[in-house]
Design a protein around this ligand. Structure first.
Ligand code: ZN
Length: 564
């Protein structure tokens, strides 16, 4: 029996049984990738990368909380059953706070989690840092790749990542250069060398561009990227790595999608002055299978797809790349989404849940992140949506990507670019997926973004609650509701309207009793997966066991998801 642990039922630290129940919300799943397209030398590159990026876990632990690494070392020494259960849950959460339970501490000696994580001084308040950042001295501290510390006199100061995390980053850079020397794929080697430089210079621009241009069987994403962990300002980038191999067949199949982007932008349901007449040139979509993830890329709820880089300057000049982690999505669909659909949806909608629709929605979600307002002008000032919306930015942007994805699905289906069957299955699949996301909690950007949408759709009659408590889609009202919410969000983003963003979250960003009743029925359905990186483990073990000269003789058994 898996139990959703709530603030009210858990007033003390969880005991062994409770901790096991909390952990069981993550179904252990073997994550494997087919390496058939890689010859022996490239497999060695892959093994080198997997081994190299394991340090991302250390870096990320430190970014979450300065006390994390010492706490982990203590946990590793505790051989009791409770100690081992604590260690496992700590590794899932990358810290002593349960991310699914409003960051509630589950270990003794864990202080309340700071909203600013480990990016700011432990004794600083949000107001103090905000005041300093808006002063002239704080200007250098506003970037993605700096921490804020105190100098000897106790004044706030800026420390670049290359200084803050110097030893680890130097080692990582050295390993990336090793991998670059091994690979025979020039665009991959180019990225690895430039990214190694960036870790030491804090200038990620050139390597972000090189990452956009990787055309290789191995597709690595390694760097400080997402800003979710910085709950104060969504300003500081957390370290993560995804080592993946390209799914050539699926990538080819989706190549067309990138060509529709300008057309989607030109028809966005928003005042035409807020549309971008010329999107960035590059919008590659890569379908990949995950071999190994580390740092923020492997904590709590697993990433199914991403859209990077986040740097608006790169997006403006080069667009953004969408990476779809297909084997991760298949695992989530199988182990989480299908069981949820069976309980949350009305019987008529259950049969309309499909992997293709799930995949299409995730793809469109990522594509829509790149559309709509990013660089904006507020009261004559050049600024960005991210800057103006501050801590509301992530939830609003996630809601935008989701609801605009539903809008885009209908738009593209109307024009014959998407299979009608996928479009028919879309709404029910997305509705089931909303309950999947709500379980992440509304203190997390995706969960809160979904609460906004579901409340809006209920209010507009586009989603109904049946007498048995299940939810169903009302197709006749869906299109108007989806368009209206897409327009409302795009407009508040274009205007950089922080107070309307706050009002929207206050009005719609909560879990209503009808939703909670469905969530309560999902108690024994896993919330997400806990990946076991089978391919990565085999690769690194082989590298260690056989060494380079013997590697070519090693017989690889690739357990790809299609085999399973
Ligand atoms: Zn997103």
């Amino acid at each position: 029996m898996i139990t959703m642990i709530t603030m009210t039922t858990m007033t003390t630290l969880p005991d062994l049984d409770t901790l096991r129940a909390m952990t069981a919300r993550f179904a252990p799943v073997s994550v494997a990738a087919d390496l058939a397209t890689l010859d022996a030398p490239e497999r060695r590159v892959l093994a080198t990368l997997v081994d190299a990026v394991r340090v991302m876990d250390d870096l990320y632990l430190e970014q979450v909380w300065a006390g994390n690494r010492a706490m982990l070392a203590r946990l590793r020494e505790d051989r009791t059953a409770l100690g081992q259960a604590r260690l496992r849950y700590f590794l899932i959460n990358k810290g002593p706070w349960s991310r699914l339970d409003h960051d509630r501490p589950f270990l003794p000696d864990a202080p309340p989690k700071s909203g600013g994580a480990g990016f700011y001084p432990a004794d600083a308040t949000k107001d103090e840092v905000a005041a300093w950042l808006s002063s002239p001295e704080g200007e250098a501290g506003r970037g993605f790749f700096t921490t804020i510390r105190r100098d000897a006199a106790g004044r706030l100061m800026t420390v670049p990542y290359s200084v803050e995390y110097r030893d680890t980053l130097e080692e990582l850079a050295r390993r990336l250069r090793d991998a670059a020397a091994l690979t025979r794929q020039p665009s991959l080697a180019h990225f690895l060398r430039l990214r190694a430089d960036a870790f030491l210079s804090d200038d990620y621009h050139a390597s972000d561009v090189a990452w956009m241009e990787i055309d290789a069987s191995i597709e690595p994403t390694i760097g400080p990227y997402e800003v979710y962990e910085d709950g104060w300002f969504n300003a500081k980038a957390a370290f993560e790595a995804f080592i993946t191999v390209r799914d050539e067949h699926e990538t080819q199949r989706l190549a067309d999608f990138g060509r529709h982007l300008q057309m989607l932008e030109d028809h966005l349901p928003v005042d035409p002055q807020h549309r971008n007449p010329r999107l960035g040139a590059l919008a590659p979509i890569r379908v990949v299978n995950l071999v190994f993830a580390a740092g923020e890329g492997n904590r709590g709820v697993q990433t199914a797809a991403f859209n990077l880089p986040n740097d608006e300057r790169v997006i403006r000049e080069h667009g953004a790349k969408r990476v779809m982690l297909r084997n991760v999505q298949q695992a989530k669909f199988q182990h989480v989404l299908l069981p949820i659909a069976g309980r949350a949806l009305a019987p008529g909608d259950r049969g309309r849940v499909s992997f293709d629709a799930f995949f299409a929605h995730i793809l469109l979600h990522e594509l829509m992140h790149g559309l709509g307002p990013h660089d904006i002008r507020v009261a004559g000032r050049e600024t960005t949506v991210r800057q103006e919306l501050k801590e509301t930015y992530s939830a609003i942007e996630e809601a935008k990507a989701d609801i605009a994805a539903q809008w885009a699905l209908e738009f593209l289906t109307d024009r014959g670019f998407i299979d009608a069957a996928v479009a028919r299955e879309g709404p029910a699949t997305v509705l089931a997926s909303m309950f999947r996301s709500l379980r992440f909690g509304i203190n997390e950007a995706h969960g809160r973004g979904v609460a906004i949408q579901l409340n809006f759709l209920l209010q507009e009659g586009a989603v109904r609650v049946e007498t048995d408590g299940t939810f169903s889609v009302e197709p006749s009202r869906l299109r108007d509701a989806v368009t209206a919410l897409t327009k409302e969000i795009l407009t508040l983003q274009a205007e950089g309207d922080y107070s309307r963003a706050r009002a929207m979250i206050a009005r719609l960003g909560m879990i209503r009793p009808e939703m909670q009743r469905v969530l309560d029925r999902l108690d024994d359905v896993p919330v997400d997966i806990e990946p076991r990186f089978a391919t990565a483990q085999a690769l690194v073990t082989a590298e260690q066991m056989w060494g380079p000269p013997f590697l070519a003789r090693f017989s690889w058994r690739a357990g790809g998801p299609k085999a399973g």
